[in-house]
Design a protein around this ligand. Structure first.
Ligand code: PMP
Length: 366
């Protein structure tokens, strides 16, 4: 079979080593004669899996002891509601930074629960959301219960160049498309959440890392399934957890540890991103529209400047084995998502394809 590289923004590729291990344990888990998918959530085998997953993640991200790790269902989008329901105090006010569609969705959802304002936005940039706002000295309300950001913007290919300073106001970050791509100081955040389908596991699980002191004050009427206290007291097992995704996450965390942890992921991801950005910056055929100050290392956007040519590029790339390069339907263009599991050879091969495509498809001047 021809080598395929999947540049999807999620569900994304998983490392071959992880898939092979999953394949061997799918039919007969550790000689039990049954599939890993059949394990009862309260069986010794599954409890070993979920505890090992948490242990490996804590080691990888150096998660302080005063943070809980939750493996939940419902996608990152469910957290758009869970966060205000759990974190808003009597004052019910929170500040949101809008840097794309997921931060906007989070804001619109939170607005149903309190006095939520947009503290900063890059909607007015040209092209829209091609940058993230400078937040130094931003006007966060000093009595805000939290500030919410989307750390890496999957659709627009931007990322905050550093962790925004919010003083004593708790910082909440959606890290769906950059979690585990590099070391991060967890203690700077009150809460980090991420859906699994980019850098962790197949779709169907959401990771929440939340500081202890923020658990236990959900507002009245919070659905039990969204209440961090219930979820944390039950160790992510208030109901049937996303067992298979947790198992796959454990394999992924162990794989990252085995190849050198997040320092190594950062080294690999920076190399891959540089291969693409250096090529983009050194030629004129394609344009990378994102502000260089805040380019994403995991979602790389480029355009030819001609929508028809962009579509032709995605179609021909697909035929050549480079899958899912079409930009998000809301922005068009081309997007290469190169999470941890994308090998460097995939990016090198893509750049070779891009050069050939540019040669074969000269732009008509005028
Ligand atoms: N946030 C970000 C940054 C995303 O990229 C996505 C999905 N692409 C979401 C939220 C939504 O995640 P889910 O589909 O798991 O709700």
């Amino acid at each position: 079979m021809k080598k395929i590289y999947n540049f999807s923004a999620g569900p994304a590729m998983l490392p071959e080593e992880v898939l092979k291990r999953a394949e061997t344990e799918l039919m007969n888990y550790k000689g039990k004669g049954m599939s890993v998918t059949e394990l009862a959530p309260d069986s010794k085998e599954f409890l070993d899996i979920i505890r090992s997953a948490e242990r490996a993640l804590r080691e990888l991200m150096n998660i302080p002891q005063n943070y809980k790790v939750l493996f939940l269902q419902g996608g990152a989008s469910t957290q758009f509601a869970a966060i205000p329901l759990n974190l808003l105090s009597e004052r019910r006010c929170a500040d949101y930074v809008i840097t794309g569609q997921y931060s906007r969705n989070a804001y619109l959802q939170a607005k149903q629960y309190g006095d939520i304002v947009i503290a900063a936005s890059s909607a007015g940039a040209s092209p829209a959301f091609s940058t993230v706002p400078e937040l130094r000295g931003a006007n966060f309300r000093p009595d805000a219960d939290y500030v919410h950001i989307c750390y890496n913007n999957t659709v627009y290919g931007t990322k905050f160049p550093s962790i925004p300073e919010t003083g004593s106001i708790p910082l909440v970050a959606n890290m769906s498309s950059c979690i585990l791509s590099e070391p991060i100081d967890v203690s700077r955040f009150a809460l980090i959440y991420a859906s699994a389908q980019k850098n962790i596991a197949p779709a169907g699980m959401t990771l929440v890392i939340v500081r202890d002191d923020l658990i236990g004050s959900s507002r009245e009427g919070t659905p039990f399934m969204l209440d961090y206290k219930l979820l944390s007291d039950s160790k992510s097992m208030y109901n049937t957890p996303p067992c298979y995704q947790i198992y796959m996450a454990k394999l992924m965390f162990e794989w990252i540890l085995s190849v050198g942890g997040l320092d190594e992921m950062k080294r690999r991801n920076e190399r891959k991103a540089s291969l693409l950005y250096d090529y983009l910056d050194g030629q004129q055929y394609y344009t990378a529209p994102v502000d260089k100050r805040c380019r994403s290392m995991t979602n790389i956007i480029f355009v030819t400047g001609d929508a028809k040519l962009d579509a032709k590029f995605a179609k021909e790339a697909d035929k050549a084995g480079f899958k899912n390069l079409k930009g998000h339907s809301s922005v068009g263009g081309i997007r290469a998502s190169i999470y941890n599991s994308m090998p460097e050879e995939g990016v090198i091969a893509l750049v070779t394809f891009m050069k050939q495509f540019a040669q074969d498809n000269p732009k008509i001047q005028g």
